[in-house]
Ligand binder design. Structure first.
Ligand code: SF4
Length: 308
């Protein structure tokens, strides 16, 4: 029988889908959807919140989705918003950008969120700034790191403009600090690299391989029909060691796991951009600037817009 101590770590979220128990330490998710939760008890925050801490990045990838104007969020304001979201039933935050590790005070922010809230902390990075020093500061404060890798060897170096061997060195340090996954933007240039990236992931101990078909957004021109057909065939044939996941956006008929499908998107996910505007996703137009409002008041406005 499991120790009661194990259950003390679970965070419980109650909403229109049912009762969701989540353990940020192990990634365990347990959804009891037979329970009808009264509407007055539904969580008042999205299940997951993404925060673009900055638009800045020290790389220049050709397909980058990030906004190019200068903007960055104050970590102290972000911590305040996350405290609110945590208390209102949010389960996790994912920091991104731009490149979040370029933000001064990034490690301190992760530590404060991990210590002062029950949110799972994750971030997406190109990985090249994960020095021994930064990793030692992040140890124990991050539950998942997502490293963007779109190919190996010369392909990687052509797309990212950084030495591939240096990346592998970073991954071999990261594996001792936090679980990590590999994110691959799939397009004409990277589709032929999937086997090699999956093998790399297995070699360096990645927990997940997340496939992100390129979208027509920012500098991205979108995955072609030929690439998507090749991706479908690759997924069908995949029998690698690393767990496979596929982003819903751009999946185009590929199998995705979405147990919360019946729930409006705004209850599942929201995004704060580096200008402090709350949006339905990083790709969504519009949104509501948080400004002097609380996070929850802003979220209610955005959710109200969606319901109209
Ligand atoms: S590492 Fe990410 S944020 Fe930076 S330029 Fe490349 S795609 Fe854009």
């Amino acid at each position: 029988m499991a120790s009661p101590v194990a259950f003390r770590r679970l965070k419980i979220r109650r909403d229109r889908v049912g009762v969701h128990a989540f353990d940020r330490a192990t990634g365990l998710n347990l959804l009891v959807d037979e329970v009808a939760v009264p509407e007055r008890e539904w969580a008042a925050a999205p299940r997951h919140l993404a925060v673009a801490l900055t638009n800045a990045c020290d790389l220049h990838c050709p397909f980058c989705y990030a906004n190019k104007h200068r903007a960055a969020l104050d970590p102290a304001r972000v911590l305040g918003w996350l405290r609110e979201a945590d208390a209102a039933g949010c389960l996790g935050v994912g920091f991104g950008g731009g490149e979040p590790t370029t933000v001064r005070g990034f490690a301190e922010l992760c530590r404060a969120v991990a210590n002062e809230t029950a949110l799972a902390v994750s971030f997406t990075t190109h990985g090249h700034r994960l020095s021994e020093d930064l990793l030692s500061q992040l140890a124990g404060s991050v539950h998942m790191v997502r490293v963007s890798i779109d190919g190996v060897g010369k392909t990687y170096e052509r797309l990212r403009g950084r030495p591939f061997d240096a990346l592998v060195d970073r991954l071999n340090m990261l594996r001792h600090v936090a679980p990590f996954g590999v994110n691959v933007v799939v397009n004409d240039h990277t589709i032929g690299e999937l086997d090699a990236v999956a093998e790399l992931g297995a070699r360096v101990g990645a927990a997940e391989l997340l496939l992100l078909p390129e979208l027509r957004f920012g500098a991205g021109t979108g995955a072609t029909a030929r690439t998507l057909a090749a991706l479908r065939a690759w997924v069908d044939a995949y029998n690698g060691e690393v767990r496979l996941a596929i982003s819903q956006e751009g999946a185009d008929g590929l199998p995705v796991a979405e147990p919360f499908r019946s729930q409006p998107l705004i209850e599942r996910y929201a995004h704060i951009d580096a200008d402090g505007v709350l949006r339905r996703s990083s790709f969504a137009a519009g949104g509501v600037a948080i400004g002097e409002r609380t996070f929850l008041a802003t979220y209610q406005l955005l959710a109200g817009e969606e319901a109209e």
